[in-house]
Design a protein around this ligand. Structure first.
Ligand SMILES: C[S@@+](CC[C@H](N)C(=O)[O-])C[C@H]1O[C@@H](n2cnc3c(N)ncnc32)[C@H](O)[C@@H]1O
Length: 230
């Protein structure tokens, strides 16, 4: 039987974990494992870059930058800009730190704290494959929008694959299911429209990953989807 793991009060009595008590901030991210499928991971970056208005002098933040290899490519595509990558994982940031440069910096930081603080001081808020770990997107997205300067851009990719076969197997073996925070795509359209976003592009896309062998599915999962179960 599959049990969704979404509400702590419901699951505490049943003795199973839920998204609230399984804090993504304490998950053990492993940059070596994560880097195993670099090329496949980068495809969404180029889709986002095609949508970004690449004006000079952008103040850019990459939320949940991980080991930084996507951030460094983002910075290279925005040559006159200042780019800051933040991530809650010290392990991931240790790898990212090696990629820093005069206009590319990395700091430990939580997406929730960034969303909650400061003024409208960024021209581009970018995030690839990270916001799904942060709950309550109906509140999070308006807070992120509030951190954008006039004319600012929000460029986000997040997975919506709670029901892909590998995730279903992970959940079945565990006996419970970890749900990502990702919402249905139409919910994002409604939230962003309701908060004054005028130039809106939303799309769903399957990024096919052809893996060498069945065991590679496990290796892929150990990078991220399996972390809540480990
Ligand atoms: C799947 S990785 C993506 C890394 C990178 N953006 C990329 O595309 O390669 C997710 C990253 O989000 C970070 N993360 C998860 N929750 C976070 C939070 N609440 N605040 C900051 N970083 C977070 C993790 O530490 C991890 O490095």
């Amino acid at each position: 039987m599959l049990v969704t793991a979404a509400f702590c009060h419901k699951h505490a009595a049943m003795g199973i974990p839920c998204i609230s008590c399984l804090n993504p901030l304490t998950m053990k991210w492993n940059p070596t494992q994560y880097d195993k499928f670099n090329a496949a991971r980068e495809a969404p970056l180029y889709d986002l870059l095609a949508l970004i208005d690449k004006r000079p002098g952008l103040r850019v933040i990459d939320l949940g930058c991980g080991p930084g290899n996507i951030t460094v490519k983002l910075a290279a595509a925005l040559p006159d800009s200042d780019v800051l990558g933040i991530d809650s994982s010290a392990e991931m940031l240790a790898t990212a730190a090696e990629l820093a440069g005069p206009r590319l910096k990395f700091e430990v930081g939580r997406i929730e704290d960034f969303a909650a603080g400061g003024g409208p001081d960024y021209d581009l808020i970018f995030s690839n494959a990270a916001l799904q770990w942060v709950p309550e997107h109906a509140e999070l997205l308006p807070r992120l929008l509030a951190r954008l300067a006039p004319g600012g851009q929000l460029a986000v990719q997040l997975p919506a694959d709670d029901y892909n076969p590998a995730r279903l197997v992970f959940a079945e073996v565990a006996g419970w299911r970890y749900d990502l925070a990702s919402l249905d795509i139409s919910a994002y359209a409604e939230i962003l429209d309701a908060h004054g976003v005028t130039d809106l592009t939303l799309f769903e896309k399957v990024y096919p990953h052809v893996l060498a062998a069945a065991n590679a599915v496990l290796e892929w999962g150990k990078r991220t989807a399996l972390l809540p179960y480990l």
